[in-house]
Design a protein around this ligand. Structure first.
Ligand code: ATP
Ligand code: MG
Length: 180
């Protein structure tokens, strides 16, 4: 399982469609302050299902849409696609390439897609649950997160271990079954 590419279009400072390809080895992103490095990480978190505008440094979700600059008018839609090479079938029962897309319009309408087919946000969350790739996963460690884990309550720390061990999915399914 490998991150292959990220396409950002109309998301935050990315007014133009921008494709980032992740080759073998390590990828570093460098640039001056305010050039959009953190926006790339936020695009990844957003497409993987982030639902909190605050976690994306905004006050409401449409804040992620390119809001215009001194020489550019604003845009009405943000779209991010992320593609994973799944040729080792790490995510079982899925094709060799998995592309997840999220789109948000200024009027609040949003769309989610897995391999160009419309789906619910829940389908994306389920796809990545227990894979270590979900929006809450530890594949993305933001500043302050390490200290937060050390200082968390025992129950919260337990859920981290459960995510790593891969039992969270079954716990959630049990929770839904018990409620029905
Ligand atoms: P630093 O090195 O300081 O961490 P950075 O490279 O991480 O900087 P970001 O925080 O990713 O930079 O980018 C901030 C820039 O993104 C700001 O110039 C801000 O105006 C711009 N920006 C954020 N949201 C939007 C938006 N919705 N529309 C247009 N520009 C936006
Ligand atoms: Mg930054």
């Amino acid at each position: 399982m490998k991150l292959e590419s990220l396409v950002i279009d109309g998301f935050k400072s990315f007014a133009d469609k921008t494709t980032i390809e992740f080759k073998d080895g390590m990828t570093g992103v460098v640039g001056p302050n305010g050039s959009g490095k953190s926006n790339i990480i936020e695009a990844i978190r957003w497409v993987l299902g982030e639902q909190s505008a605050k976690n994306l440094r905004g006050s409401k979700m449409p804040d992620v849409i390119f809001a215009g600059s001194t020489n550019r008018v604003s845009i009405n839609r943000a779209e991010v696609s992320i593609t994973f090479d799944n040729s080792d079938f790490y995510i079982q029962d899925n094709p060799e390439k998995i592309t997840v897309t999220r789109r948000l319009f200024r009027d609040g309408n949003s769309e989610f897609m897995i391999n160009q087919r419309q789906c619910r946000l829940k389908d994306i969350t389920n796809l990545f649950m227990d894979t270590g790739l979900g929006k809450e996963s530890f594949s993305i460690i933001s500043q302050g997160r390490v200290a937060e884990i050390f200082n968390s309550k025992p129950e919260d720390r337990r859920s981290i271990i459960e995510e790593v061990a891969g039992v969270l999915k079954y716990k959630q399914e049990k929770h839904v079954a018990v409620r029905q």
